[in-house]
Design a protein around this ligand. Structure first.
Ligand code: SAM
Ligand code: DTB
Ligand code: SF4
Length: 364
């Protein structure tokens, strides 16, 4: 039986986050070594399969249609394009491909069928397949599982309280419901968040409470530092210091001992020494590839040099959990239900989101 603690409180997590740094590092590294090989780091490659034009108002996101950002939008990629990119990722040492789509939620139909085919194709390349497509229903989660999906990424992004200050087009409870739908299948859960959006340390602790009290806890937890993109409501946020990133990673490691903690967006601003401290503090996964979804990421060769310098080895696929089987579309027992799920639309006003929208209107 797992000994993992699930009843974490905000006070307990704040006490960990605020420990003297050397004690925090020692404790996190000790937990890390008990549950993982400290020299192994899982490497994921992101692939933006549908870029930009998103109807949501997430204050951090360059892909929200309502803000004026400099990104190039793209319709859904073809299965062949995705296969070619996945092969490239495999040859550069990635064990996982994470396909992201700028959607609020998945709609049954041709495009979702095409995504299911992408999942089948990558699973057959013996790589872990992850998708991040927005909110999904139980039936959609089951269809992804049947196609061979290994993980579904759906971030809580912040505390329930601060979420309302960043996004008005959906509620925190929608995120939890999607995670719950994924949990009804054998697909693993990847859920984390962003620091540096103007939240308090209490909000970081609140987000970790929400994640760590899930039972089971997510199998992977990405910790992103905000990439402040021009034109988004959060364009003027000060970058988070590396010390905050180290504290967040270490705290995540301590409260979720078995999870893969992913050092995610923001690595272009971090030195090798800073990243090394994060690995020591319990990070054991990264996104590799010259691009995240729309913003830059360190060069793959630079990352490989860093791995060599630190004596780190990329994790092989399916070490933590068996490879799922792929059921072909022609053999599938599951069908689209054409549901109209009732995801919330709080639509309260967030002043900085409104201001960024007005600015974009003026430019357009
Ligand atoms: N549309 C889907 C959704 O929101 O769930 C999937 C794609 S969305 C881009 C995935 C995640 O990327 C977000 O939940 C957020 O954590 C992260 N993200 C987006 N923009 C970011 C930024 N500027 N800096 C850091 N992380 C960001
Ligand atoms: C996650 O937590 N971070 C990734 C992935 N999951 C989908 C995305 C980061 C995006 C950073 C901004 C961009 O490149 O558009
Ligand atoms: Fe759309 Fe996802 Fe970006 Fe929000 S984070 S605007 S849902 S792509």
């Amino acid at each position: 039986m797992s000994e993992t603690k699930h009843n974490w409180t905000k006070e307990e997590i704040l006490n960990i986050y605020n420990k003297p740094l050397m004690e925090l590092l020692y404790e996190a590294a000790t937990v890390h070594r008990k549950h993982h090989d400290p020299n192994t780091v899982q490497v994921s490659t992101l692939l933006s399969i549908k870029t930009g034009g998103c109807p949501e108002d997430c204050g951090y996101c360059p892909q929200a249609a309502r803000y004026h950002t400099n990104i190039e939008g793209n319709d859904l990629m073809s299965v062949q394009q995705v296969k070619a990119q996945a092969l490239r990722a495999k040859s550069s040492g990635s064990s996982r491909v994470c396909m992201g789509a700028a959607w609020r939620n998945v709609k049954d139909g041709e495009e979702f069928d095409q995504v299911l085919e992408m999942v089948r194709t990558i699973n057959k390349l013996d790589m872990e397949v992850c998708c991040t497509l927005g909110m999904i229903t139980e039936n959609q989660a089951k269809r992804l599982a049947e196609a061979g999906l290994y993980a579904y990424n759906h971030n809580l992004d912040s505390s329930e309280e601060y979420y309302k200050e960043v996004i008005s087009t959906r509620g925190f409870e929608d995120r939890l419901e999607t995670i719950d739908n994924v949990r009804k299948t054998n697909v693993t859960v990847c859920s984390g968040g962003i620091i540096g959006m103007g939240e308090k340390i209490e909000d970081r602790a609140g987000m970790l409470v929400a994640l760590a009290t899930l039972n089971p806890q997510p199998e992977s937890v990405p910790i992103n530092a905000l990439v402040a993109v021009e034109g988004t409501p959060l364009e003027d946020q000060e970058p988070v210091s590396i010390w905050e990133m180290i504290r967040m990673v270490a705290t995540t490691r301590i409260v979720m001992p078995e999870t893969q903690v992913r050092l995610s967006a923001g690595r272009t601003e971090m030195t090798r020494e800073g990243q090394a401290m994060c690995f020591f503090a319990g990070a054991n996964s990264i996104f590799a590839g010259d691009k995240l979804l729309t913003t830059p990421n360190p060069d793959v060769n630079e990352d490989m040099k860093m791995f060599e310098l630190l004596g780190l080895n990329p994790q092989k696929p399916f070490i933590k959990k068996m490879q799922p089987k792929t059921v072909e579309a022609s053999e599938s027992q599951l069908h689209p239900l054409g549901e109209k799920p009732k995801w919330t639309r709080p639509e309260h006003t967030i002043e900085r989101n409104e201001a960024a929208k007005q600015k974009a209107k003026a430019v357009k």
